[in-house]
Design a protein around this ligand. Structure first.
Ligand SMILES: [Fe+2]
Ligand SMILES: [Fe+2]
Length: 258
């Protein structure tokens, strides 16, 4: 079966784009299940009931998140009532769950620690739940939300042969290193984002430049131009959970998906 995994959805421009095009993309690519990272879906930071609903109504089955998840109070209700998960290694005391199993597909969310705020060890956290998850689902997809390429790739090798895919998010820039590790686990360091390509990571570029120039706080607005969906399609053998293929995809208005 083909699973589409979509990179960080950045605000309203991205949500609107998704609502307009995701159904056609799913038909075109023969997609059966869609996972999307929604940590930037509400105004560029965190998630609300309204933004999660919009994403699900567009055709997404499960939403993962990342380091921005708790920046809106409403994220608690989202995490406790919807198919939305937060990084597992925030630990048991944080709101919500770090993994979910739906239609026999398990999705685990992890957060990196290199160049990021301190959290529990993602390696030990996933090791602690893997046996339980694998007893309930053959297909296991891991969203490794992290800054450092080394930490993401190390996670790919750590989970090789144990999960169907380790897919990186957070940097909003897709990498060209997709591969199948040990003839079992699909891997990519970062799938990219869903948002304005004519921007810095989805934010208005001139404001980001001003911040770098002045070193002073600047309010960042979301950029609106040239919105794209970036992600990967992972083809998985349902009987074994083994990944057969991984392909980067990008959709923009002027271009069909490639
Ligand atoms: Fe992030
Ligand atoms: Fe993000």
């Amino acid at each position: 079966m083909k699973i589409l995994f979509i990179g960080d959805i950045v605000g309203k421009p991205a949500r609107t784009y998704l609502a307009n095009y995701l159904t056609a993309i799913k038909d075109d690519l023969d997609i059966e299940f869609v996972i999307a990272n929604g940590e930037n879906s509400a105004g560029g930071s965190s998630i609300t009931i309204k933004t999660a609903k919009e994403i699900f109504e567009s055709g997404v089955d499960i939403i993962t998140t990342g380091d921005h998840i708790f920046k809106k109070k409403e994220s608690r209700e989202v995490l406790e009532t919807m198919d939305v998960i937060r990084p597992l290694n925030y630990g048991n005391l944080a709101w919500g769950n770090g993994y979910i199993i739906k239609d026999k597909i398990a999705v685990v969310n992890l957060l990196g620690r290199v160049f990021m705020q301190p959290v529990d060890c993602p390696f030990k956290a996933v090791r602690g739940v893997l046996e339980e998850i694998k007893s309930r689902a053959k297909i296991v997809i891991v969203d490794m939300h992290a800054e450092a390429t080394s930490e993401k790739l190390a996670m790919g090798y750590f989970l090789a042969g144990k999960v169907s895919a380790v897919l990186g998010t957070h940097t909003h820039i897709p990498t060209a290193d997709e591969r199948i590790i040990d003839d079992f686990t699909a891997y990519i360091t970062d799938v990219g984002m869903t948002g304005s390509f004519d921007s810095v990571l989805g934010r208005e570029k001139h404001q980001i430049i001003e911040r770098f120039l002045t070193n002073m706080p600047v309010r960042f607005n979301l950029a609106q131009e040239d919105v794209r969906i970036q992600g990967v399609v992972v083809d998985i053998d349902e009987a074994t959970g083994k990944a057969i293929g991984i392909e980067r995809v990008e959709h923009k208005k002027s271009l069909r998906i490639d």
